[in-house]
Design a protein around this ligand. Structure first.
Ligand code: DCT
Ligand code: MG
Length: 600
């Protein structure tokens, strides 16, 4: 009789404050029998390695609902293991995306992961920095995993100590099972089940798939770009040297201070331990006062191109033998709910600059495909803000389909839309996004280079026209202070204990987060649902085209020959239908053989 998880769980030996698990190595046929009699769910822990869209699993341990355990070497599991992994039999894993990559690469895909304890703990504590199994069981269950297994299961060696590894793995599986019981209840208490089950869990295999696909790169063009940024940097160095009249190290803060504040006699910046700061912000401040200063211009240009060069070098290092870049999407890093990526970090590629355009130009369509298709949401934060605030003016402005910032500008400045000039539009745009990001009047003044009073008065006029937005934002903070958290449209919470801090700086930072978190969190919800629905619709249509990337509010799809029209329709329809907001979700698309030319 299969055992329901939790029902017959033997309480672990709390005296030892560890996990006592009896396990044994099994053959393929023993594994088959054990799995059959164990039912579901089964907690699984693996050892192996993974990353860059691939990986390999060495061994697996299994723990069933009664706390019984077996383990086996992956190579000895045979068809029995493969078919169980591929089946929908419910599995519980900790941070399953890595093992999914590895199993996919081995040709034995892992399906049926019903509960990922890392993902669950992220939703319970989205600001957490550490989602290692050993730390979580210590935090939530007050129990320790043995040192060798807490080393992250990927580190275990199988060579000389097979039995020890099996035991450590079994403990990890048992810890995962116990943790899942705890987190399931905790998620329930926090109303996070549907976000977990409908969004975050289904996203895990999708992200693994996208990482395995990767995106093709024109390596030659990328190397050229690296060389050209190097040349730009060298030129900026020369300009700086020429301007000063002698050589110096642009990377040395000490030499910089001497050149800037002594030799050049520029006004001193903020005092720091080692003299005066030469950070980007203060140099920009100086440049604003001395716009013709060649040294400042060269210095800032140098820093910019060095960063670009590093980005490109990082991209080159990430290219795999298939000439594709397989980034790792991270579901647990951003407290807002947004995805982030590493190796490479795709958010690092500048959006609007020529250099960013050049970098995206080296991401190209793969050889068996016809084109890249990009699709992104316009003004997603402002649409979310309109929906959440229910402000009739902002909703109407978004429904007209006219240029949003012009429409809002015309109302705030009280002039006809055609009288809203570029500068007015720019101010209004900064104002609107500023509100969505919790920007203060001071921050707005800085951004627009206007006085604090001017910024305040702009804000007041804005709020007169859009009172719903003002009331909503004011209420968000009050509510969050009372509850201790904010919530997105789909119930994604952000806990902000500092809202009640005695420290004014901490409190104000928490207030800005409270303003932004529901908007940013809802945008994250919507983009994630869009990914899932686009992916499901592409699969249902049986096309070969596939989702490759998600970055900012954009999806990048690789389109197979002859499928463009169908795929564009699927993408636009599914992205547009997400969320059921009180305003339309506007989607714009572009096509091209590179990510740059597919931009819009
Ligand atoms: N953004 C911001 N603050 C600004 C401008 C932009 O936070 N002052 C962010 C949020 C939106 C994102 O950048 C994209 O910027 P744009 O494309 O410039 O925004 P837009 O609303 O689409 O405006 P436009 O119609 O001018 O493209
Ligand atoms: Mg835009």
């Amino acid at each position: 009789e299969p055992t329901k998880a939790g029902k017959d769980l033997k309480p672990s030996d709390s005296a030892s404050e560890g996990f006592e698990v009896v396990t044994k190595k099994v053959t393929e046929s023993e594994l088959g029998k054990w799995l059959k009699s164990s039912g579901s769910p089964i907690a699984v822990a693996t050892t192996g390695h993974w990353g860059s869209g691939s990986g390999h699993i060495e061994a697996l341990a299994f723990v069933n609902g009664s706390g019984e355990s077996v383990w086996c070497a992956a190579a000895e599991g045979g068809e029995t293991l493969a078919s169980w992994l591929a089946s929908s039999a419910e599995k519980i894993l900790h941070d399953a995306k890595g093992p999914m990559l590895a199993f996919n690469a081995m040709g034995t895909p892992l399906n049926g992961v019903a509960f990922d304890t890392a993902i669950a703990s992220y939703l319970v504590s989205p600001g957490g920095r550490n989602f290692e199994l050993a730390d979580l069981v210590m935090r939530y269950l007050g129990k320790s995993l043995d040192a060798d297994s807490s080393e992250s299961s990927a580190q275990l060696s199988l060579d000389s100590s097979l039995e020890i590894s099996g035991e450590a793995l079994a403990k990890a599986a048992r810890a995962t099972l116990d943790l899942s019981e705890f987190l399931k209840l905790d998620l329930q208490k926090r109303g996070g089940e549907s976000l977990f089950n409908q969004v975050e869990m289904p996203l895990v295999p999708l992200l693994a798939e996208m990482e395995a696909f990767g995106i093709a790169v024109d390596v030659k063009a990328l190397k050229k770009l690296e060389a050209s940024f190097e040349a730009d940097a060298a030129q900026a160095v020369k300009q700086a040297h020429d301007s000063v009249g002698h050589e110096f190290n642009l990377g040395s803060p000490k030499q910089l201070q001497e050149v800037l504040f002594e030799e050049r006699g520029l006004p001193k910046t903020k005092k720091i331990k080692t003299g005066y700061t030469t950070d980007a912000e203060s140099l920009l401040g100086l440049l604003a006062k001395f716009p013709d200063d060649e040294l400042l211009t060269a210095l800032l240009r140098y820093r910019e191109v060095i960063k670009l060069k590093q980005t490109v070098t990082g991209l080159l290092a990430a290219v795999q033998s298939d000439n594709r870049i397989h980034t790792s999407f991270n579901q647990m890093v951003a407290a807002t709910g947004r995805l982030s990526s590493t190796e490479p970090n795709l958010q690092n590629i500048p959006i609007r600059t020529n250099e960013g355009f050049a970098i995206r130009g080296t991401f190209v369509v793969g050889k068996d495909f016809e084109t890249l298709l990009t699709a992104d949401y316009s003004q997603i934060e402002l649409r979310v803000m309109a929906h959440l605030s229910n402000d009739p003016g902002l909703i109407a402005a978004l429904k007209t389909g006219e240029d949003l910032h012009t429409t809002v500008g015309s109302q705030v400045f009280g002039v006809a839309p055609e009288k809203v000039d570029a500068d007015m539009r720019r101010q209004i745009k900064a104002m609107s996004y500023g509100l969505a990001y919790g920007l203060s009047a001071y921050g707005l003044a800085q951004q627009l280079s206007i006085s604090n009073d001017q910024a305040k008065s702009l804000m007041n006029t804005y709020f007169e026209r859009f009172g719903g937005v003002r009331d909503y934002l004011a209420n968000v903070v009050v509510e969050a202070r009372k509850l201790g958290y904010t919530e997105s449209i789909m119930g994604r919470r952000r806990y902000l204990p500092d809202l009640n801090s005695d420290n004014r700086q901490l409190r104000e930072m928490a207030e800005r987060m409270a303003l932004n978190a529901p908007i940013q969190g809802s945008a994250a919800d919507l983009v994630k649902v869009a990914m899932l629905q686009v992916d499901a619709a592409l699969k249902a249509a049986g096309v070969k085209s596939r989702l490759l990337l998600q970055v900012h509010d954009e999806l990048v799809i690789e389109v197979a020959k002859g499928e463009l029209e169908q795929v564009t329709a699927i993408v636009v329809q599914n992205m547009g239908a997400v969320g059921d907001l009180s305003v339309p979700m506007e989607v714009s698309t572009g096509i091209g053989t590179s990510w740059a030319s597919a931009g819009h």
